[in-house]
Design a binder for this molecule. Structure first.
Ligand code: PHE
Length: 450
């Protein structure tokens, strides 16, 4: 088993290209709604503190591990874990591909709503009754249609290859995303009654710091948001040839991801409070984004027409740059493992995922259950297995790979300690807390509950 040559696999043109793509994968729909929502629910600043601790102690070391395996193996994660770890690790490779398929299947449905909102925002045709509009857009033939269009877009980018597809798309979309984000956050400070929104978002509730719910929510959110546990960043690192310090790259990606999530909250909450729309956020985690926000924008008249366009275009960019990393995991497995041509692999995988996403397009409860099972539970399982693989099975090799860019022995020891002891303990505890809700989600999936 020899690794395929670099010429057929492709590689990044520049370090910035790799970094932007990795940040593009991490920054997605998860940052724009899930973070702010979880924070407001989990004690505001208290959630942020727990979240940052998890990112620092578990997220960054595991992301470093994924980068190490990817660059070391120079092949798709599905094959890399087997070649490095031995045949017993084959199922982990399958798990990665399964997660890529499973997450993209529903992620693309939400991205489809986003695209619909962006198009209607540009045409100034988002109705004032955003609740009814969302109900119409989010389930049924409309949702299926936009899901299909979004999947075609994702497939086209991935078919374009590493430099011509992934790198180029991120190089265009990510800077625009940052620009819009900062612009909107500055605009939000001008809202006359936005102040209580900041307070609601960040009011510290220290009692919640040590609660199991906050720990579980923070862990689940960090894995999803950082694109960890399913080989997405591993795949991106497999196109790296350089000697970069992989721990520093991981820190950069994690900080950028957190920064975007945090700033997104500084937009979402002032708008919601300025217009007194908290009740519209409701039970559903997407309510804030797709019902309350556009209702607020609607009350702004002309300004609102620009602001909602900017907001939903930004959201669409965030979704697309994440979706391509999800599809890339599957495509890389087909290219390296089944020797398919990239274009054929992208079309085959894109088509299959479009079909598999249809149940989620017709049933938002199914979508939520898929998110709970694959987007939360399985990512943590994947992360735990990755920690075991790197920390116990291939540590000397992994350490040597990290040493190519990081010669500080103390820091490498600290990294290994986090991967071997801290990450597994935290993740096993979290999996314990998740057992029951995950079981309920699986039952819901199997029965196609509504
Ligand atoms: N990180 C992305 C987001 O926050 C989602 C994602 C998860 C992408 C896993 C790739 C892998 O939206």
């Amino acid at each position: 088993m020899t690794a395929p040559s670099g010429a057929t696999r492709g590689s990044w043109a520049t370090r910035a290209g790799f970094l932007l793509a990795a940040v593009g994968s991490a920054v997605g729909l998860g940052n724009m709604w899930r973070f702010a929502y979880k924070a407001s629910e989990g004690g505001g600043a208290a959630f942020v503190v727990v979240y940052l601790l998890i990112v620092a102690l578990v997220g960054v070391p595991l992301m470093t591990s994924e980068f190490i395996v990817g660059r070391l193996a120079q092949e798709s994660p599905a094959r890399a874990v087997r070649r490095l770890g031995g045949p017993a690790w084959t199922p982990l490779g399958w798990l990665f591909v399964f997660c890529g398929v499973g997450i993209l299947a529903y992620y693309s449905v939400i991205a489809g709503w986003t695209m619909r909102y962006a198009i209607d925002a540009i045409r100034n045709s988002i109705p004032s009754d955003t609740g009814a509009y969302f109900a119409e857009v989010s389930q049924g033939p409309d949702a299926a249609l936009y899901h299909l269009v979004f999947m075609v877009l994702t497939t086209v980018v991935v078919a374009g290859g590493v430099k011509g597809g992934l790198e180029r798309a991120n190089l265009i979309m990510m800077p625009l995303l940052f620009l819009i984000l900062v612009g909107l956050a500055i605009w939000a400070t001008t809202l006359p009654n936005g102040g209580s929104g900041y307070a609601y978002y960040l009011r510290p509730d220290p009692a919640k710091i040590f609660s199991a719910d906050v720990l579980t929510a923070a862990a689940g959110q960090s894995f999803f948001s950082l694109s960890l546990g399913m080989g997405a960043l591993m795949t991106y690192a497999s196109y790296l040839k350089s000697q970069e310090n992989l721990a520093r790259e991981a820190l950069t990606v994690a900080l950028s991801d957190f920064g975007v999530a945090f700033v997104a909250g500084l937009i979402v909450f002032p708008v919601i409070f300025n217009f007194g729309l908290l009740d519209r956020v409701g039970e559903s985690t997407v309510g804030a984004l797709f019902i309350a926000l556009p209702a607020g924008f609607d009350q702004l008249g002309r300004t609102g027409d620009y602001v909602d366009t900017a907001f939903f275009v930004m959201l669409l960019f965030a979704a697309l740059t994440s979706a391509i990393s999800l599809l890339e995991v599957v495509v890389a497995a087909l290219v390296d493992g089944a020797r398919m041509r990239r274009r054929d692999a992208a079309i085959a995988a894109g088509f299959a995922i479009t079909i598999l996403g249809l149940p989620a397009a017709f049933n938002t409860t199914f979508l939520g259950n898929l998110d709970a099972f694959v987007g939360q539970f399985l990512l943590i399982v994947g992360g735990l297995c990755t920690a075991f693989l790197v920390g116990y099975r291939i540590l000397p090799q992994a350490d040597a790979e990290l040493a190519r860019g990081l010669d500080n022995v103390g820091l490498r020891r600290f990294w290994a300690w986090l991967v071997r002891y801290v990450a597994p303990v935290v993740l096993i505890v979290v999996l314990g807390f998740l057992a029951k809700p995950t079981w309920q989600a699986v039952v819901g999936l199997v029965t196609y509950a509504r």
